[in-house]
Design a protein around this ligand. Structure first.
Ligand code: TUI
Length: 313
């Protein structure tokens, strides 16, 4: 596992990437993950360019290890934040919620490794032809903006379709998930929700506690009608959202209802009326621990899971 080409490509000890989650994956979390041997990733979300620049500089002050920035392609600042990561020579760029094709040449030119998040085989194949370094294949178990295919079905199909390394995301939070992803052909994993429930993550305590309280069926996907499907915790906000959807509200009215709701959940702790973007694996997460412990528990648990397989097959 630790000899994967992915580790050499990214210059990391463990092939564990931390999801670049808007409002929660700040310099504190990204630096902690990189310092623990994974790849920490700042979530740019809808960040204005000057805020992102300051987060990048804070991360550089907190770690001398490699780190990344996730660029959310639906951001109104996408062009400006692309320029910031180029100016700051960020070593790894992941992208989400769209096709990053037009930005790839400029990122490759400064030597950044480019790793788009995709939710389909077609986009993985198209992006491989543009020279991206690896692909993050994200199943619909994930929190936040999601596709339609489960991790179990998506990973082997993308692994078969491309030559570049594939990183599995969606529903992974412990050694079992990592071994399963590797069995499907992934060279690495991206983990989101488990890292939010960490000491270093700056998310509000209510947001972290919502993860600890969540059960297997605690999340749903909103926004299918607006074309922006987002997996969130079921709460008063989602009930209001669905009531408006049933009343025939327009996509614009629904978008308006969702605007700014992630920030109020993640930063102000309003987990009733905010948008709590967490993955389906939250039901398995029962403690808040340090990033170092999260990574070491995963890494140390792997040999036992692998040897246990022989009892069943
Ligand atoms: O990007 C994510 N997850 C996110 S972004 C986000 S920020 C946000 N804030 C408020 C409202 C909505 C979002 C929260 N969570 N994951 C990566 C991801 N990308 N998952 C799925 C995709 C994806 C989907 C369709 C990528 C490309 C795509 O198709 C593009 C095309 O042109 O084919």
């Amino acid at each position: 596992m630790f000899k994967s080409k992915l580790c050499q490509l990214l210059n990391i000890k463990y092939p564990i990437l931390q999801g670049g989650m808007a409002w929660v994956a700040t310099s504190e979390l990204a630096a902690a993950v990189s310092n623990a041997g994974g790849l920490g990733i700042i979530g740019a979300g809808h960040m204005p360019p000057d805020v992102l620049r300051s987060e990048i500089q804070k991360t550089k002050a907190l770690t001398n290890k490699v780190f990344g920035v996730n660029i959310m392609l639906m951001s109104p600042f996408v062009k400006e934040v692309m320029q910031v990561v180029i100016d700051e020579r960020v070593p790894v760029i992941t992208t989400g919620a769209g096709n990053p094709g037009e930005y790839i040449p400029a990122l490759k030119e400064i030597g950044s490794k480019v790793i788009p998040v995709v939710a389909s085989v077609a986009l993985a194949k198209r992006l491989e032809r543009t020279g991206v370094d690896a692909i993050i294949a994200e199943g619909q178990e994930s929190g936040g903006h999601v596709g339609e295919i489960s991790t179990m079905s998506l990973i082997p199909q993308i692994v078969d379709a491309v030559e570049i390394p594939v990183i599995a995301a969606g529903g992974i939070a412990d050694s079992r998930g990592v071994v399963a992803a590797m069995a499907l052909g992934a060279q690495g994993v991206q983990i989101g929700t488990r890292f939010v429930a960490s000491l270093e993550c700056i998310a509000h305590a209510n947001y972290k506690n919502a993860i600890l309280k969540a059960k297997d069926r605690s999340t749903i996907v909103t926004g299918i009608a607006t074309g922006h499907p987002v997996r969130v915790l079921t709460n008063k906000f989602t009930r209001e959202y669905h009531a408006m959807e049933k009343n025939g509200s327009s996509p614009e009215e629904l978008e308006q209802l969702g605007a700014g709701k992630l920030r109020i959940a993640a930063r102000e702790g309003d987990v009733d009326y905010g948008s709590v973007m967490i993955g389906q694996i939250a039901g398995m997460i029962t403690d808040i621990k340090s990033v170092e412990d999260i990574i070491q528990d995963i890494v140390k648990g792997i040999p036992n899971i692998v040897s246990g397989l022989s009892e069943n097959v």
